[in-house]
Design a protein around this ligand. Structure first.
Ligand SMILES: [Zn+2]
Length: 119
């Protein structure tokens, strides 16, 4: 069950259930907080969840390092959220960075997905 998906703007979505394909594929069976795995030809981190400030993806992309610690729930604005899925990379072609991540809120239990593309 994924609930009603709302598009708040171009890069922020929220739903009562998992949003990103990676979250839908793994969240129900994940037992580790954060593992790395190739999924649909991209390296994803997924798991039961890790605090945004502690996420290893911050070491890979400067833009994630800057923005991830400020992540909050799109429903209730709580910062008590866990990152349940994340991928990010820099295009070899253009040099632009892009990423997607999904948060699970520990206060209200809802999901928030954020997508970012630099250009
Ligand atoms: Zn919330």
């Amino acid at each position: 069950m994924s609930g009603n998906l709302e598009y708040l703007n171009h890069n922020l979505r929220r739903s009562a259930g998992p949003i990103l394909a990676c979250t839908k594929a793994f969240l129900a069976s994940d037992s580790q907080p954060c593992v790395r795995q190739n999924f649909q030809n991209q390296d994803w981190y997924h798991g039961t969840g890790i605090k945004p400030a502690d996420h290893p993806g911050r070491l890979e992309l400067a833009v994630l390092d800057r923005h991830l610690p400020d992540a909050c729930c799109a429903w209730c604005a709580s910062r008590d959220v866990l990152v349940v899925a994340l991928q990010g990379c820099v295009s070899e072609h253009s040099g632009d960075a892009y990423y997607d991540y999904e948060l699970h809120c520990r206060r209200c239990g809802q999901f928030t997905a954020c997508s970012y593309a630099e250009n």
